[in-house]
Write a protein that binds this ligand. Structure first.
Ligand SMILES: [Zn+2]
Ligand SMILES: [Zn+2]
Length: 270
């Protein structure tokens, strides 16, 4: 287990706090702390606080320095870790108890600060505390294997509909783009229920929706299961439509369709 760096605990806790939110990754919690202290950018907040840890934002975005974040936020480290993509001492990637990948695999994380606009609206209506701190990120929004919100049947938004720039995780609130666009006011592409099957399965493994069992995929680490679904679906479609077998990067809606098809095929081919 990490120890806080020397001198850090002397800095003490922040004056203002936020309520921990379910399934929120560490960088999301740090962002909401920044919002609570009047900042729109996480980096700006950290630089103003002068905590003395180089690259603290980058470290936290990569699931490190959770002990320090726990000290700053007064949220228990175990709670933060339970919904944050972390690498253990053997190089295996976990979110809580869920094994994501047996070794470090860069493409697990999607990099962007994707959001579901309906989730943001639900947060604004249902969460407690100051309005600005209510919208919160979900750990699966940051995973490349997941392209939709199975709760709302929408594709996740990865670029701002107003300015076209990729949404960033360093933006303190998931609700606003850097240009000021209110993402809670936006719509997104609605998917057919049959194309939500794969993400429902994956998010179910993380506890975000009801868990669906699968005889084959349940035995694989999360990322392996996601890739297996995608590849089985791709091969199944390729026969009919002549898609390139080398095509690993597909449009999000097509990824959802292929992976969902892969889920069903691998279920029935047992
Ligand atoms: Zn949603
Ligand atoms: Zn924008």
């Amino acid at each position: 287990m990490d120890k806080p760096i020397r001198g850090f605990s002397a800095l003490g806790r922040l004056a203002l706090r936020v309520r921990p939110a379910p399934f929120e990754p560490a960088y999301g919690l740090l962002g909401r702390l920044a919002v609570r202290h009047g900042h729109t950018s996480t980096r700006e907040f950290i630089s103003e606080m002068a905590v003395g840890i180089p690259n603290l934002v980058h470290e936290i975005e990569n699931g490190r320095r959770l002990v320090e974040l726990a000290l700053l936020s007064s949220v228990p480290e175990t709670r933060i870790r339970a919904s944050t993509l972390c690498v253990d001492e053997n190089g295996a990637m976990f979110i809580g108890a869920e094994l994501i990948s047996a070794r470090v695999f860069n493409r697990v994380s999607c990099g962007a600060g994707r959001i579901c606009p309906d989730c943001l609206r639900v947060d604004l209506e249902d969460c407690a505390g100051p309005m600005a701190c209510r919208p919160h990120r979900r750990t699966w929004w940051g995973l490349a294997a997941v392209t939709s919100c199975p709760l709302h049947g929408l594709l996740l938004i990865d670029a701002c509909p107003a300015c076209g720039v990729q949404l960033a995780r360093g933006q303190a609130s998931p609700r606003f783009c850097r240009c000021g666009c209110d993402l809670a006011d936006q719509g997104s592409v609605s998917l057919e229920p049959s194309d939500l099957v794969a993400d429902r399965y994956l998010v179910g493994r993380l506890g975000g929706v009801e868990r669906v069992g699968h005889p084959l995929l349940d035995r694989m680490p999360f990322q392996t299961a996601a890739l297996a679904m995608l590849r089985i679906g791709r091969v199944t479609l390729a026969g009919a439509r002549g898609l390139s077998k080398k095509e690993d990067n597909v449009e999000p809606a097509m990824q959802a369709r292929m992976a969902s098809l892969g889920f069903r095929m691998s279920e029935s081919s047992r």
